[in-house]
Design a protein. Structure first.
Length: 368
């Protein structure tokens, strides 16, 4: 792993956050507590897996049993699938508040065995996020949680729950690795600047040349241009030449990546609005029959599917009224909070049922 700049050490992760895989099975872990991103060789023990589906019921209870806690004390922040073995990795916060502990969990495929992944004395590298909000920054990031957290508020006759947190906790909201020479880790979140919405580009192997851009979008539901709301979730698009990102209340925005000048403001092309008082929870793209598609998990609707060619032809949305952009299909798949590609034929979803139990479900892309 020395060719990727990894050396023996410890990934001292203070808070569980987004995770994603890069080259050679290296896992990137975001830690908003310390404002760092770690690259870790997880030494995955699995063999190369085929295109089979994988399902596991009561994943929260299984993890809780392994960690010695109740299912309600297992907060699954993100999931990623190893590109070779298809073992499932979960970024987990065990417990709540200051007593919470970040744990990286591996679920073996196909047997469903739960183990924790050591983060001490492993091949590791780290990159500091120099423009992260300070720990005592008084500004807040307001989200719409998928569960019963937060406080009730009423807007336009509709009551929803919102969660207020220091913006430090949203230093990194999502990450995507894009192949290249060198490869690039794209990191979305909030910064310490006035125009705080930020997209950072970290070359890998890690070095000192971390660059970033402030982002501006037209928010259809709010009827205005915005620079403070963070990307909640995003995917690489068009072979990594651009990204598709989504925000709270719920614009979907296209950002080209070519020719970005470090430090400049980038204006995105809003291509869809998925509704007010709604929050995207995760996104994934896949190819079926030569066509690229986008799936968006969200708090208010079933799983939303959008066709790439409709995105490509959509003119920018710049007025606070209908039409709401690209056509979309809403699938009768409720309670999905996380998505990731499992293999060429399936997407893996973390789904919450009506009783609050969480399960891993494989969704066949050809049937979506």
């Amino acid at each position: 792993m020395s060719e990727y700049g990894l050396q023996s050490g410890s990934a001292d992760v203070q808070s569980a956050g987004p995770i994603t895989f890069g080259p050679a099975g290296i896992l990137f872990l975001a830690d908003n507590g310390s404002a760092r991103v770690f690259a870790v060789d997880v030494a995955d023990p699995g063999r190369a897996a085929g295109p089979e589906p994988f399902d596991l019921a009561d994943v929260d209870a299984r993890i809780g049993s392994y960690l010695g806690c109740e299912a309600g004390d297992v907060d699954i922040k993100d999931l990623a699938v190893h590109p070779v073995s298809h073992n499932v990795y979960l970024s987990v916060q065990r417990g709540h508040g200051d007593a919470g502990q970040a744990v990286l969990v591996r679920i073996g495929v196909p047997d469903g065995t739960v183990t924790d992944v050591p983060l001490g004395e492993v091949p590791v590298a780290e990159a500091a996020i120099g423009d992260a909000p300070a720990a005592d920054d008084q500004r807040q990031d307001i989200t719409i949680p998928s569960g019963e957290q937060g406080e009730e508020v009423t807007y336009g006759g509709r009551t929803i729950r919102i969660l207020r947190r220091p913006i430090r906790t949203s230093t990194v909201t999502d990450m995507v690795y894009v192949d290249g020479d060198p490869g690039t880790l794209l990191v979305a979140g909030l910064s310490n600047e006035e125009f705080s919405s930020r997209l950072r580009r970290i070359p890998f192997p890690f070095g000192d040349d971390v660059t970033g851009n402030s982002l501006e979008i037209f928010h259809v539901s709010h009827g205005k241009w915005e620079t403070a709301a963070p990307i909640r979730t995003f995917v690489a698009y068009d072979g990594g030449a651009s990204i598709l990102a989504s925000y709270t209340c719920t614009p979907v925005v296209h950002f080209p990546l070519a020719g970005l000048t470090p430090g400049s403001k980038v204006v995105g092309r809003t291509v869809a609005d998925l509704g007010a008082m709604n929050q995207p929870l995760d996104m994934v793209s896949f190819v079926d029959g030569g066509e690229e598609y986008l799936l968006v998990a969200n708090t208010s609707h079933g799983l939303i599917k959008i066709t790439g060619r409709d995105i490509d032809s959509q003119a920018p949305l710049t007025t606070p009224r209908e039409p709401v952009g690209v056509p979309r299909e809403t699938k009768d798949l409720q309670g999905i909070t996380r998505l990731t590609n499992l293999n060429g034929g399936y997407v893996l979803a973390l789904q919450v049922d009506e009783d609050g139990r969480r399960h891993l479900r494989s969704l066949k892309t050809a049937s979506l």
